[in-house]
Ligand binder design. Structure first.
Ligand SMILES: NC(=O)c1ccc[n+]([C@@H]2O[C@H](COP(=O)([O-])OP(=O)(O)OC[C@H]3O[C@@H](n4cnc5c(N)ncnc54)[C@H](OP(=O)(O)O)[C@@H]3O)[C@@H](O)[C@H]2O)c1
Length: 305
């Protein structure tokens, strides 16, 4: 029996991926999510489908919680309570409508939850993964604002030094939807840069990939977007080329578990079920190295508090 950890199993894509993994024989799942009904419900549904499930309560906007979740995972593995950890799916994400919002550690919330928390979790669990292992990070084409995202007015990333990206906005008024979109796209570009650098640090026994589920209007992620935009999203949900958690969730489970994806390395970018090239600027050794260094600094500062 092998074990897969997934963050954000309670909603949209993560829930669909969790249930797809639970349908597989010998599935053992570590569900890392905010404690509450969403987590207990998805755990119960996964168990009903035959999976062995452990719920690990964790608010990803608190790095102390993330470190505690990693300790809980290590304890389960060390005690032999769960099988070898072979896949980690960093799925959780959010788009905060107001970029002045800060995590418990004082970092801009979208960046903190979508990127930093996963960097902490993965760093803490690298020694626990048993090779051959996979790390799948959920990214998004918003990093360069592809056709669908442009249509919805979600802006591309505007890369700056990571310490600056991590800083919440200030001021009396919310900076607005464009700033929120840029923060989201920056967090997703950070995931690409991190994935490329992570592969250089882990060696070839661990395959690092980035999964893009396609645009899935109507998931919890759109909670931060203006209501009119949410309505347009719901209206477009039936168009070909627009995805849903029901379609993309099993595809994410496949990238984490199926032999056909075992060769993927180096942050290969999988759009639902196809490997595609990222934009040239999404490969940048200087930015990747700087992000790695700045991430260590951001995480270390909170550990000392
Ligand atoms: N929807 C799209 O069009 C789209 C496109 C490309 C990529 N993505 C990416 O796909 C992933 C899943 O998004 P989704 O569309 O399925 O959205 P969703 O329905 O909002 O799911 C997000 C998940 O992240 C969890 N999460 C958020 N903040 C958290 C926190 N502080 N602590 C712990 N868990 C937290 C949520 O948990 P709660 O239930 O506790 O809120 C939920 O399980 C994200 O990384 C997103 O960026 C989405």
């Amino acid at each position: 029996m092998t074990t897969t950890l997934i963050t954000g199993p309670t909603g949209g894509l993560g829930r669909a991926a969790t249930l797809a993994m639970a349908d597989r024989p010998d599935g053992e799942l570590l569900l890392v999510g905010r404690p509450g009904k969403g987590l207990t419900d998805v755990a119960a549904e996964a168990r009903a489908r035959g999976a062995k499930v452990h719920e690990i309560g964790c608010d990803l906007s608190r790095l102390a919680d993330v470190r505690a979740a990693a300790t809980a995972v290590r304890d389960l593995v060390d005690a032999g309570t769960v099988g070898p950890l072979r896949a980690l799916v960093a799925n959780a994400g959010r788009m905060s409508a107001d970029t002045r919002e800060a995590s418990a550690d004082g970092y801009e919330l979208t960046f903190a939850v979508s990127y930093l928390a996963h960097a902490q979790l993965i760093g803490d669990l690298l020694g626990t993964l048993i090779e051959p292992a996979r790390i799948v990070l959920v990214g998004s084409n918003t990093y360069y604002a592809n056709f669908w995202r442009r249509l919805m007015g979600v802006p591309a990333a505007d890369w700056r030094d990571p310490l600056e990206i991590a800083r919440p906005a200030t001021g009396d008024k919310p900076p607005g939807f464009t700033a929120a979109g840029v923060a989201y796209s920056n967090a997703k570009l950070a995931i690409l840069y991190y994935a490329h650098e992570l592969q250089r640090h882990v060696g070839s026994g661990v395959g690092v990939t980035v999964f893009e589920p396609g645009w899935m209007p109507g998931t919890g992620l759109s909670r931060g977007t203006p209501p009119a935009m949410q309505a347009i999203g719901r209206g477009l949900a039936r168009l070909p080329g627009v995805s849903t958690p029901v379609r993309s969730g099993p595809a994410l489970a496949s990238v984490a578990l199926d032999d056909k994806w075992a060769h993927l390395r180096d942050g290969a970018f999988v759009l639902i079920d196809k490997v595609i090239e990222v934009q040239p600027f999404a490969h940048d050794r200087d930015r990747e190295r700087r992000l790695w260094e700045a991430t260590a600094q951001l995480l270390e500062t909170t550990e000392r508090r």
